[in-house]
Structure formats: C-alpha cells, structure tokens
Write a protein that binds this ligand. Structure first.
Ligand SMILES: Nc1ncnc2c1ncn2[C@@H]1O[C@H](COP(=O)(O)OP(=O)(O)OP(=O)(O)O)[C@@H](O)[C@H]1O
Ligand SMILES: N[C@@H](CCO)C(=O)O
Length: 316
C-alpha cells in the first residue's frame, strides 16, 4: 500500500510590476509550512475525497466544486486520452490556506493534487503538460487562465510567464538577501471580483511606463541591482483600482515605506499585502507594524518569508 503526501507552498503573484506575468513561491523563515497538503493512497473504491484542515469550512459545500475533485476529473480524462486508466484512489486535502487571500490558495490545492496524482501514476505527464492542466483549473476559478500562482507554487522560485517556445514559464534570478513580510488581514477578496473591477483598456502612457518598469525589473534581476529592482516594483495595472478592496491600504503602504521597506504592494489580487525588507531587523519592525495596523480579525496573520526555491514537494 503506497501513501504519498505532497505539499504545495503559498505564492505571491504579480510582484506589483508583472500583472499575470510574475510570481514567487514563498516560505516562512521559521520553518512552518504555509501551503496545502494533498495525501494520496490506494482505495477499495474508485475515488474518495476527504477535506480537513483549518480552512475546511470555507470550501464549497458540494464536493464536486472542490478544485481537488476537478483536478482528479481532468487528470483522469487526460490519462484516458493516452489509453491509460486512473487507479482506484483516495485523496485527503489538508486545507491550510485561507481562501481568497492573495496567497494562491486555489493554486496550492491544484498543484498538490496534480503532483500527487502524477506521482501516483508514475509520472505519465511532463512538467509542462502538468502545468498546462494547472492553468486550466486555475482559469475555471478566476475566470481566465493565468499561471502566476500555479507556476511558482509547482516549480519554486521566481517565475516569469514567457508562454513561448514550449515553456509556460522560466525562472528569474532573484535577491536572496530580501525578506518578504506578508500580511493577510483575515478578510476575503475573490480573485474573480478583483479582476472584474479592472479597466478594459489603459492609456498609451501607462502601457509604455509599465513596459519600462517590467523590462528594467528583469534587467535588474539579471544584473543583481537590488535597489533598481525594488524601485521598479510599481503597478499601474491593478493596484490603483484594487486598493479600495484592502483595509486602509494607502496609509499602511506609506507606513511600511517609512519603516524602510524597499517595496510594498498587493500580493496577487489581495487582500494580503507584502513589504520587502533589506534585512531581518527591518523585517521584524515591519511585521510588528503590520500586525498592529493591518490585521482585521483573528484569522489574520503575518509571516516573514523568503522565496521558496523548492516548490511542490513530497513530505516524508
Ligand atoms: N481546494 C480549494 N481551495 C481554494 N479554493 C477553492 C478550492 N476548491 C474550490 N475553491 C473555490 O475557488 C474559489 C477561490 O477563490 P480565489 O481564486 O479568490 O481564491 P485564492 O485562490 O485564494 O486567490 P488568490 O489566487 O488571489 O490567492 C472560491 O470560490 C472557493 O470556494
Ligand atoms: N495575477 C492574478 C493573480 C491572482 O491571484 C491577479 O492579480 O488577478
């Protein structure tokens, strides 16, 4: 009887400068696991799914709406197209990530489920085939396919969505000395709704400026110019329209900058916000400040994190 447990880490999409194009996997520096776990094992029945964990009450009531169930159905269909049948199996989702948090909660469930299913069947699908399925499932939830949570969650590191020449994404060099202070206020913001409020079009001036920021950011990553990279983490696409969804965001953002944050922004579609600190001392000050100023209830939390270079992995 084989049992596998796959952990998929939280991720922070956009990094302000790359809407739908950049995302980083993140892990708390205290060693805690910030992400979902999917366990897979043999079963007498064709398929069983159980959900447990801190945020299990927030999952859809109908099991068929759980994205892990949908991952199983999609995986089975794709396997059938290869002339292979899915094994009898039981999945257990440990839902540790708050839903609608801006930390890639649905991506954690999708990635952990598909990695578990693929390993359980001796890896019939390549990394890119699996990632393509992850994007399809993420698209069902948010209304349009975007890979900036699933790609880093699956592969680790900072990923740029190139979506060309057979690669959905490619890794970027990053700044290992940076600390990410992530503050989840404890309220929910739906990704689909945070996308629906964005404008249908942008001015030429904004398009040109955003292209300059993203190009300069990528250049700064390759040439390891941390100050330039942080300066370029600006968002004309989403932040001006989404900040109203976040509690007191403009003031808190300014407060973080006053405390020495190199960059401050919305993680994914929010309401989690991030502040980049140049060292641990600044990170701790930012953490205390955000705890006092940004958390709204007892579900909220702060984590000092670094980029997680491993991505989804088996827990032994
Ligand atoms: N296993 C699951 N984990 C998370 N959300 C799920 C899951 N299964 C179904 N859902 C549904 O998917 C939607 C997730 O919403 P949303 O995309 O806003 O959350 P999110 O993934 O946390 O967002 P973000 O990517 O900004 O972190 C909710 O409606 C939720 O009920
Ligand atoms: N890039 C997506 C991420 C959602 O988590 C957005 O900002 O809508």
């Amino acid at each position: 009887m084989s049992i596998l447990r796959i952990y998929a880490p939280a991720s922070s999409a956009n990094l302000s400068v790359g809407f739908d194009s950049l995302g980083a996997a993140i892990s708390p520096i205290d060693g805690s696991l910030l992400g979902d776990v999917v366990q897979i094992e043999d079963s007498e029945r064709q398929f069983e799914l159980e959900s447990v964990g801190h945020f299990v009450q927030k999952l859809p009531k109908e099991p068929q709406k759980n994205i892990v169930y949908q991952a199983y159905v999609l995986f089975s269909e794709r396997l059938k197209l290869r002339g292979q049948a899915v094994k009898n199996l039981r999945l257990t989702l440990e839902k540790n990530m708050p839903i609608g948090s801006g930390l890639g909660s649905s991506a954690c469930s999708i990635v952990a489920a598909l990695v578990a299913l693929n390993r359980f069947h001796n890896e019939p699908f390549s990394k890119m085939e699996l990632l393509e399925m992850m994007g399809e499932l993420e698209g069902r939830i948010s209304g349009s396919i975007h890979y900036d949570n699933v790609a880093p969650c699956y592969l680790g590191g900072l990923q740029l969505m190139t979506q060309s020449l057979g690669n959905i994404c490619q890794p970027l060099p990053f700044f290992n000395q940076w600390y990410w202070v992530l503050a989840y206020p404890g309220i929910e913001v739906s990704t689909a709704e945070a996308r629906a409020i964005l404008p249908k079009s942008y001015t030429r001036q904004d398009v040109i400026a955003q292209a300059r920021y993203l190009g300069s950011f990528v250049h700064a990553c390759y040439t390891q110019q941390d100050i330039l990279a942080a300066l370029m983490m600006k968002d004309l696409v989403a932040e001006p329209y989404r900040e109203a969804l976040l509690p007191n965001f403009p003031n808190v953002r300014q407060g973080c900058k006053d405390l020495g944050a190199l960059a401050v922004g919305i993680s994914g579609s929010g309401p989690t916000m991030f502040a980049i600190a140049p060292d641990l001392e600044h990170a701790q000050k930012l953490s205390t400040y955000l705890e006092q100023q940004y958390l709204q209830n007892s579900d909220g939390f702060i984590h000092i994190c670094k980029v997680d270079n491993q991505g989804a992995r088996e827990l032994k």
